[in-house]
Structure formats: structure tokens, C-alpha cells
Design a protein around this ligand. Sequence first.
Ligand code: GRF
Length: 216
Amino acid sequence: MKNIVCLISGRGSNLEAILAVQRSARWGERLGARVAAVVANRGDAPGLDIARRHGVDTAVVAHRDYPDRAQFDAALGVVIDRHEPALVVLAGFLRVLTPLLVERYQGRMINIHPSLLPAFGGLDTHRRALDEGVRVHGATVHYVSGALDAGPIIAQAALAVAPDDTEQALAARVLALEHVLLPRCIEWILQGRVRLEGGRVHSTGLGADQLLLRDA
Ligand code: GRF
């Protein structure tokens, strides 16, 4: 079985979407893969309950318990490595990782970010998108590299920003796209249709329409 380890910090709606697709698309039988563990950096992350409800192993590595990022990352690495993951998914994980972990999981670690990168890395992406008046906004799944919210892009989801959009409305529409985009990218990687080579994303048999998801 190929193990997937998901890292979360909070709500866990992307995790829930992954677990729903794992079940409905029969990842176990079709891909020989499953979410083996969910690791949170906060003991009160609601997403931990989602994992437990699905019978997935959980662990907490609380960043507050460590004096610096390096020691937090070392502890996190030990917990992740227990599962010998084929893929590590940052599914709403709000900590910056040090090169130690980024290098260890190079080509095996992906992140979802709620903007069309390279625009709007960091926090408050929907408010900033509205403030800038952009007409197109969305979400990005990318391999994790050393820089924050950067790294080779696997796929994006895009939607039109309405003139009267509010931050909440926009966030909800982007989130609904995230829930489709992230499981899809995981599946492609597990199928070997997407991989990182020489710092670039290579995809096999995937058209532009699949790599760019559009709001209906
Ligand atoms: C999502 O918007 C994701 O793109 C970002 O953090 C949020 C996590 O939401 N990285 P959830 O915990 O998956 O509900």
C-alpha cells in the first residue's frame, strides 16, 4: 500500500474531501493507496475529528512545544517517516517548513494554496484579491519548494470574481474548487501521471482542461 500523510492545522475540509474521494474512487483497490495518517500542529484542530471519524491514524506535533522551527520540523519528520509516505499532502497546513523537511520530501510533498500563484502567496488571499480588483481568482496545487507558497505548479482552479463578491462568498467558491482540485492532483501523482523531474512538473496524458479546473 502507498501511504499518504496529510498535514493539517485547522478545519480540515480539504482533508474531508480527500477522504471522501478516497472512498468513492476506491483508491485502495484502484491505486493501492490510502491516507495512512493525519498530523496536526495543533491539538485542537477540528480536522483531527474528521480523521478519527474515518478511522485514520492521527498525531499531533504541536509547534508550541518546540523552541524553534528546526526542532519542530525534526519532530514532525520523525512522525511522518513512521508511515514511509509515498506522498505528503499539506491540506491546510499553516506552518512554514524548513529546508530539512522540504528537501527530504522533494517531489513527494504538495500544498494547496487559495490563490492563483504566483499571485497572493501568504494569508488573506481572498480579501487581497478583492482589494486588487482582480477579475480571476482561484487555487493552486504545487510541489513544495523552499520558498513560501511557491514551487512547481501542478494544477490550478480558476473562477471569475463578481463585481459584488464578498470575501466570504469568494472564499466559499474557491474552497469548493479546492475540494475537487486537490484529490484530483493526488490521484494523478499516485497514478504516475504527474511527477517532478529536474525541478519541473511533467504530466502524461493530461490536457489543459484537466490541469486548469474552471468554475461551472
Ligand atoms: C484552504 O483554503 C487551503 O487552501 C489553505 O488553507 C485552507 C484550509 O482549509 N492552505 P481546510 O482546513 O482544508 O478546511
